[in-house]
Design a protein around this ligand. Structure first.
Ligand SMILES: [Zn+2]
Length: 110
C-alpha cells in the first residue's frame, strides 16, 4: 500500500533527504547499485533506475500483520532512502532484503 497521498509522499521524500542527506542506497541489493557503491542520483527522475525513492523498511502488509497502525507504518522511522531499481527488486521478492540499519528500527518494536 503506498502513502496516503502525493502530498504526504512528497513531504516524506523531503524529510528522508533532510534526515539522511546524500546517503547511499540503503538496500544495495542490485548489482548495478553495488557497482556504484549505492550512489543515488538525487537529481534524476523516474524511470531512471538510480533515482531516489522512499522505501518502507517494514512493508505495509507486514506492519498490518504485526498490528501496527497506519501512522506507525508510514512513520519517518520506518522509511529509508533507496534507489529505484533496488526498491523494485525488493518489491519483486526475488532477492534477499538487506539487513535493516539499527537506527531505523521503530523504537516501539525493539
Ligand atoms: Zn540501490
Amino acid at each position: 500500500m503506498p502513502f496516503a497521498s502525493t502530498t504526504i509522499r512528497t513531504r516524506r521524500r523531503a524529510e528522508v533527504r533532510r534526515r539522511d542527506g546524500d546517503a547511499p542506497c540503503a538496500l544495495q541489493i542490485t548489482a548495478d547499485c553495488q557497482a556504484v557503491n549505492g550512489q543515488i542520483e538525487y537529481n534524476a527522475r523516474p524511470p531512471d533506475p538510480r533515482s531516489f525513492e522512499v522505501d518502507h523498511i517494514v512493508s505495509s502488509d507486514e506492519a498490518m500483520r504485526a498490528g501496527w497502525t497506519e501512522a506507525e507504518a508510514d512513520a519517518l522511522e520506518n522509511t529509508q532512502g533507496v534507489c529505484r531499481q533496488c526498491n523494485r527488486a525488493k518489491s519483486s521478492g526475488n532477492r534477499p532484503v538487506a539487513a535493516v540499519r539499527p537506527t531505523y528500527i521503530n523504537p516501539r518494536f525493539t
